[in-house]
Design a binder for this molecule. Structure first.
Ligand code: CA
Length: 570
């Protein structure tokens, strides 16, 4: 189910290589001399060289990570940067007299190259000056990863688990059961640590009582419970005339058991308060309404002696985009997607201005990201320079535009160090005072944590990632692993396998789980993932095979779950 025979073969080879690697590291340490100091002749084709080459501090193929808890992913420890980060946090806490605030600003279906800081912006007809200014004053993460779609990513951020472990393998639609169901989330833990927790915007992590925001850690929530298209696509005579222009079918949609409103949820209160119905007349106001709600929260909290966590999830980006009237045609591209990007950029600017004006900017960590890559089947949509779209585990589907900004705390730079959005779970809690392996004490022992505490990566000057590898999932499959520039592929979406015409992306293709076996790409020489490097680069392939093997053992000890899946009963 999770890997091909050939990948299994690579795991065996990889385990042998891992033992050899361990032995080589030990020999190197014991001899107190680098193992590469021998007189090695290199390059029969390119000519022999005595050149020493370069090691890059953020590359870990040759390193083994440190195991910190039985139910947590191992980490690359950087003791010095950890010490520096903790010192900076302590100084800041002394200055403000409370822990730092955290703002997660998450967009929907926005591609890696949509904002200007990753090469889009003006170049694709939707300038993003606020995103760009903050990104370039903070840390741009060029290899930050989501899952292939909305709900799995949002649950990953909240639970620190990849979809195989949290079981939300795809979004629940039109009132389907399944969600967070009372799980301990990042909001639960922050609330426990004294934070005021506020959710605003798109939820889409379950509509049942146990999954409502106030029952998974939020003091207050204002937004919609599902996903943008569910409120409008069946009403729209252009997109779905088959439903919108049939009274009986339209009535069928109105009877489906999902909430059609912008809602308000409050801790301690059952259910939701319906604020207003979301339809073709009101949807264009949602992002403005939500922005004002978040701004009000930020301004109110300036007077509080408690730190806060604000999860602001935009409507913008997901089809069908209905930017506010005031933004119609405001992007040079003039598409609804690009207009929505420009609107969202203004909203980010609005929230940051509120932080600045209330003196909270320097005590607030801001994370900007997207929940998955562009949805390639419904134009106009986002853009990515990488292969594939939302719904696949090609880079285009899961590598998302991301930066972290923290005035005075994060030095401006770019890093290609691996960052999984699941790391936000650990990192937010770490910044709130529960670092590293300590988070395990707050969770059930049978819960595996795929996230890694990346506090020192973000906060230390020139900090490096604490993550050696990043696993890819695709529906119910473990689909690959990346270490440094190498990505081993075990399952994939073959885009053009089924439909010869129309948009061929994301959810339209076929899932292939039996590959030729030695299928690995080099994301530096071939970011488009269309050339196999597996055989030519077997020294790297076996290391990635070993890493895949390690995680398959993790999946035996902490088995995959299915809460919303693809089978006949799900
Ligand atoms: Ca999405």
């Amino acid at each position: 189910m999770f890997c091909t025979h050939a990948i299994r073969f690579m795991e065996k080879a990889g385990r042998a290589a891992e033992l050899a690697l361990t032995a080589a590291i030990l020999v190197g340490v014991l001899a107190l001399a680098p193992v590469w100091a021998e007189d090695i002749t290199r390059g029969a084709v390119t000519g022999q060289t005595k050149a020493k080459g370069y090691d890059h501090p953020g590359q870990y193929l040759h390193l083994l990570p440190v195991r910190i808890a039985d139910n947590m992913e191992p980490v690359i420890v950087h003791a010095d940067q950890e010490k520096q980060a903790r010192h900076k946090l302590a100084v800041l806490e002394k200055r403000f007299g409370k822990k730092p605030n955290i703002l997660i600003f998450i967009m929907d279906d926005v591609g890696w190259m949509d904002p200007g800081f990753n090469g889009g912006g003006e170049a694709v007809g939707n300038p993003t000056p606020n995103m760009d200014r903050l990104a370039h004053s903070g840390l741009i993460l060029t290899s930050a990863y989501s899952t292939p779609s909305c709900t799995p990513t949002r649950a990953t951020i909240h639970l620190g688990q990849n979809p195989l472990h949290h079981g939300l393998l795809r979004p629940p639609m039109y009132g389907e059961p399944g969600g967070l169901d009372g799980a301990i989330t990042v909001a639960t833990l922050l609330q426990k640590l004294g934070y005021v927790t506020q959710g605003v915007g798109k939820w889409h992590m379950g509509e049942n009582e146990g999954s409502l925001p106030q029952n998974v850690g939020y003091d207050d929530f204002y937004g919609f419970l599902s996903v943008s298209d569910m409120y409008t696509e069946w009403r729209d005579v252009y997109f779905n005339p088959e439903i919108a222009l049939s009274p009986s079918r339209f009535a069928m949609m109105q009877k489906l058991p999902f909430n059609r409103n912008n809602v308000h949820c409050v801790k301690g209160k059952k259910g939701v308060e319906n604020v207003y119905e979301i339809n073709l007349s009101t949807i264009g106001n949602l992002d403005q309404d939500w922005a004002n709600y978040s701004e009000k929260f930020i301004r109110k909290m300036a007077k509080s002696d408690r730190p806060w966590f604000l999860y602001h999830a935009t409507r913008a980006g997901h089809f069908d985009n209905y930017p506010n009237d005031k933004y119609a045609g405001k992007s040079p591209a003039r598409t609804v997607f690009s207009d929505a990007m420009v609107e969202a950029d203004d909203i980010l600017g609005q929230l940051v201005r509120a932080l600045e004006e209330t003196g909270q900017l320097e005590n607030t960590l801001i994370i900007f990201t997207s929940d998955n890559g562009p949805e390639g089947e419904v134009p106009p949509h986002g853009r990515s320079p990488f292969r594939g779209y939302k719904g696949s585990s090609w880079e285009g589907g899961v590598r998302v535009p991301t930066f972290v900004y923290w005035k005075g705390m994060i030095s401006p730079r770019k890093s290609d160090g691996l960052f999984d959005l699941g790391d936000l779970f650990n990192t937010c809690v770490s910044i709130a005072g529960v670092p590293g392996a300590e988070i395990a004490k707050h969770l059930p022992k049978d819960r595996y944590v795929d996230g890694i505490d990346q506090t020192s990566f973000l906060v230390a000057d020139n900090g490096l990632s604490n993550r050696r590898s990043r696993f890819y999932t695709l529906n119910q499959h473990l689909s690959g692993v990346r270490i440094d520039e190498f990505k081993l592929i075990a399952a994939l979406e073959l885009e053009k396998a089924i439909f010869p015409r129309g948009y061929q992306a994301g959810f339209s293709g076929a899932i292939v789980t039996e590959t030729g076996g030695v299928t690995m790409v080099n994301l530096y020489t071939d970011p488009q993932e269309d050339v196999n490097s597996g055989i030519r680069h077997i020294p790297a392939t076996v290391v990635l095979g070993a890493e895949m093997g390690r995680y398959l053992e993790v999946l035996k000890r902490f088995p995959p779950r299915v809460k919303v899946g693809f089978g006949p009963t799900n």
